[in-house]
Design a protein around this ligand. Sequence first.
Ligand code: ADP
Ligand code: NI
Length: 227
Amino acid sequence: MSPIVAQVAKQVEAHLKHEGTGHDWEHIRRVWQNALKLAETEKANIQTLSLAALLHDVDDAKVTKDVTSEEKLPKAREFMANAKVSSDEIETVCTMIKSMGYRKVLGGIRPTLIEAQILSDADFLEAIGSIGIARVFTYSGHMDRQVFLPDWLPGASISQEEYLHGKSHAVNHFFDKLLKLRELMFTKAGKAEAEIRHQRLITYLENLFEETNAPAEWSKLLKSYRS
Ligand code: ADP
Ligand code: NI
């Protein structure tokens, strides 16, 4: 690992160690690890990818409670300046971070740099599978959202505004976002891993609907995501 990456990692670890919305240091570490693994079969600048992975959530509005931070990325810029990252690389990393996330997808924005596409895949993998299930309920608890309200079915589509401020229950989030991520992967390795994790979501929801005696509409809704 380059000394620059190590220095940024140290700052991010200290900053996010006690974060409680699901964007803690362990999430960052896993995304970084996922990204490096996916990069093994792609041509990518590993330092730029690592910096963006480490810094992708430090200015997220869920973490900072300030909507303007996502545009300006003050913490990411501060940590990179402390580690003497070149100004060109700082701008590249900021461009990458601003092109990521499901809310951006809803707004029609998708990453174009290969490093940003790898990172997007790595971050989306964290939202699905076993770890993704854990993170939905962590975040829902943090937002005082219920686990499952069987009478409240998901809408066909969701706006950026609803995604951010809607008061829906945790199971709807699977339909609003998680079950759609498989189709949004860029890399071959990311697609393969997303397929495995997607099936884990399906199994989990099937079991949940059975245990809770949920109305048949729920299993019907799940059908379109099965294959
Ligand atoms: P990430 O850090 O993976 O980019 P987000 O910042 O969008 O993801 O959200 C962090 C975690 O919280 C994710 O696992 C996501 O699925 C979950 N989450 C986001 N929005 C909601 C919501 N409205 N209800 C429940 N869980 C949510
Ligand atoms: Ni993230």
